[in-house]
Design a protein around this ligand. Structure first.
Ligand code: DC
Length: 225
């Protein structure tokens, strides 16, 4: 099995680009942020105090999180309910960022992520895939773009979903999330030593996907039909 780890900050275009590249290579795309968002959603819905050890343990024990692929699209299920659309709001992004900083939560989701890489050729995106989840990944990419560029992209994503927010608000949110994700004690966002840095500020989607595909081919010798 071939595994490709793509890490990088929020809004660098990881999911869209990784999805496109996975489709072209016929790999499974695993969006690990969706797992943290799902637990974040469950925490909010159940009004769990995630900083209380017993309450957190109850939340983890009562949640069955599953990834399924329907028409090669990842769908995430929480106790049998498809929550893929509900987790996409910026509120759930914030809930995910909070819950993902708790070591017990990261440990809980490790097995599921590693299992996917054992069973399929994957392009897996997240924050700590190359450093923690799949330290032996065949290819490690750190995808980034300037905060302003990421804010612009996030703004149009949110607008497409009918969430109206202003540019400065999104930019501040991105800067705050970068700080939280890269300064947490466990599995902070940082490039793996052996990762290849790709900056997509000046690249469009197609160009970014092409770049990633050429890196994967170069590193793995993969032949595409
Ligand atoms: O990629 P995303 O915006 O869906 O991620 C939501 C949050 O989850 C983000 O703030 C950081 C966290 N996350 C993480 O800690 N580790 C991952 N592998 C993926 C996401």
């Amino acid at each position: 099995m071939i595994s490709v780890a793509i890490d990088g900050p929020a809004g660098a275009g990881k999911s869209t680009i990784a999805k496109l590249a996975a489709k072209r290579l016929n790999f499974i795309y695993v969006d690990t942020g969706a797992l943290y968002r799902t637990l974040g959603l469950y925490g909010r819905r159940s009004k769990t105090d995630i900083y209380n050890g017993d309450e957190l343990e109850r939340l983890l024990n009562n949640s069955v999180v599953e990834l399924k692929y329907i028409d090669s699209e990842q769908r995430v299920f929480l106790n049998g309910e498809d929550v893929s659309d509900d987790i996409r709001s910026s509120e759930m992004g914030a809930a995910a960022s909070e819950i993902s900083a708790i070591p017990r939560v990261r440990e809980h989701l490790l097995g599921l992520q590693r299992d996917m890489a054992k069973r399929y050729n994957v392009i897996m995106d997240g924050r700590d895939i190359g450093t923690v989840v799949l330290p032996n990944a065949d290819v490690k990419i750190f995808l980034t773009a300037s905060p302003e560029c990421r804010a612009k992209r996030r703004l149009s994503d949110l607008a497409a979903k009918g969430e109206a927010v202003d540019f400065d608000e999104v930019l501040q949110m991105i800067i705050k999330r970068d700080y939280q994700d890269s300064h947490r004690a466990i599995a902070p966002l940082k490039p793996a030593d052996d990762s290849i840095l790709i900056d997509t500020t000046e690249l469009d989607l197609e160009q970014s996907a092409d770049k990633i595909i050429s890196v994967i081919i170069e590193k793995t010798g993969l032949k595409i039909k």
